[in-house]
Design a protein around this ligand. Structure first.
Ligand SMILES: Cc1cc2nc3c(=O)[nH]c(=O)nc-3n(C[C@H](O)[C@H](O)[C@H](O)COP(=O)(O)O)c2cc1C
Length: 430
């Protein structure tokens, strides 16, 4: 039987791809781009739009901001207010922001995400990251980030506190009883008085119980400790994997860990990144891919890798594979992605793929791409896919929504209605 899959649109609300032809119509700093993205995704029955965020212009590549500023990499807006705007022009689409447990005070985050969940009537997701950027830590007044696994220890406590803040109002606390002049029952609103190893917060939240109770929690870390964190906290994981075998290894291991922890594996959806290249014929699609690959500047990929792995990649030999023992303190999952199945790729090839935002290459006509998506989901154990792109590439979004999504829908691989009213209901409807 055909398994219906979930689809998300993933990118950073930033300058990346500022020089595409569509930037003549859309300025990435203006709301109309984001409102149109939201409308296009909802019209195509996607589950959600998800924004990446790194709140720092990195210095990782070459030791200064210069490369990133010159090319507009990691120059982006704060995702959270944009979601509010997108929520205003949609009724069903899920809306997610990446927010860091290493940077934001928990009360601030609980309140902001809670506000978004009310504004969107329960369509909010939070992509929890622990951050890999020392520059981001320094922007927030810290000398450096804590060590990799310790960041997850801190994040576990952070999630515990944030959930307690969201629960500080009972769902039936608000009465709005004009006859008795009672807004809410004080017995159902309780301070949390949280005092943990890392955080303290009094509570209660100023925001009454959320429409989803807890917004959808997304997680992208694939290191051993990252997976443990996902098993404890996530409703959905998003991963970059280069091959179907890597996807299967990851999804099988995650589901086994969920079971071991006493969770039904179906309570955590597994998404993988894709960015299909399509053409009217296979030859045209292949030609388009070859042109993209030829044009992709290795330096763009290297600077992205440097920022995500927290390691300056400029001194490494472009014509050698990545050493598996690189001293990565940032995103270990990124290192694993290129040192597991795809051991033979040189750093130049890796950098070009990263510059193209490509993890798992899919090339063909829209029909062929739909075949590959179906087969990849079945063999790799995916519940869904997120298109990994840049927000400025609205022509690509239009291509996906007008050419690919209708084929997926005709085959029963993508939804044609929203069953519920909240993101959580829609995500777990199948
Ligand atoms: C699809 C995907 C999207 C991610 N988006 C962000 C992001 O927007 N901001 C960020 O700081 N990290 C982002 N990351 C990094 C992860 O959230 C995580 O911090 C990183 O993988 C380190 O965890 P790990 O060492 O357990 O893999 C992303 C990772 C993946 C796979």
């Amino acid at each position: 039987m055909t398994k219906t899959l979930h689809f998300a649109w993933f990118g950073a609300p930033g300058a990346h791809y500022w020089n595409l032809p569509s930037s003549a119509t859309y300025d990435w700093r203006k709301g109309n781009l984001y409102m149109d993205i939201a409308r296009l995704c909802e019209d195509a029955w996607m589950d959600m739009v998800l924004f990446a965020d790194i709140p720092a212009i990195p210095t990782a590549y070459g030791g200064s901001n210069d490369h990133y500023v010159k090319h507009g990499f990691e120059v982006h807006l704060d995702p959270a207010p944009i979601l509010a705007m997108m929520g205003g022009v949609t009724r069903h689409l899920g809306l997610g922001a990446t927010l860091s447990t290493s940077l934001y005070p928990p009360f601030l985050l609980a309140r902001m995400v809670g506000t978004l969940d009310h504004l969107t009537s329960g369509r909010t997701a939070w992509n929890v990251v622990t951050s890999a950027s020392a520059a981001a830590a320094q922007n927030y007044g810290q000398d450096d980030l804590p060590e990799h696994d310790e960041r997850y220890n801190i994040a576990d406590e952070y999630l515990d506190l944030v959930r307690k803040l969201w629960d500080s109002w009972a769902p039936d606390a608000v009465l709005q009883d004009a006859g008795r002049n009672v807004f809410a029952d004080p017995a159902k609103v309780t301070p949390v008085n949280f005092a943990g190893k890392y955080f303290k917060s009094r509570g209660p939240l100023t925001v009454p119980a959320l429409p989803q109770r807890h917004p959808v929690i997304i997680m992208a870390g694939t290191s051993r400790r990252g997976q443990q964190f996902a098993v404890t906290n996530a409703d959905m994981v998003i991963a970059h994997k280069n091959s179907v075998e890597d996807m299967r290894t990851y999804s099988t291991a995650l589901r086994a860990q969920l079971l071991n922890a006493g969770r039904d594996p179906a309570t955590c959806k597994v998404f993988f990144s894709i960015k299909p290249v399509m053409g009217d014929t296979l030859a045209m699609a292949q030609e388009k891919w070859a042109q993209n690959y030829a044009k992709a500047p290795p330096e763009a990929g290297l600077s992205y890798l440097s920022a995500t792995m927290g390691l300056d990649m400029s001194p490494y030999d472009l014509d050698q594979p990545l050493p598996p023992d690189l001293p990565v303190q940032g995103m270990i999952g990124k290192l694993l992605q290129y040192t597991q199945a795809k051991k033979d790729m040189t750093l130049r090839e890796i950098a070009k793929h990263e510059a193209m935002h490509e993890t798992f290459p899919i090339v063909g006509t829209p029909d062929q791409v739909a075949d590959i998506i179906e087969q990849t989901a079945a063999e790799g154990g995916a519940d869904g896919f997120h298109f990994r792109t840049a927000v400025g590439d609205i022509d690509y979004l239009k291509e996906v929504t007008s050419k690919l999504m209708p084929i997926l829908q005709k085959r029963g691989l993508a939804r044609t209605s929203y069953a519920g009213t909240t993101l959580r209901e829609n995500l777990f409807a199948f």
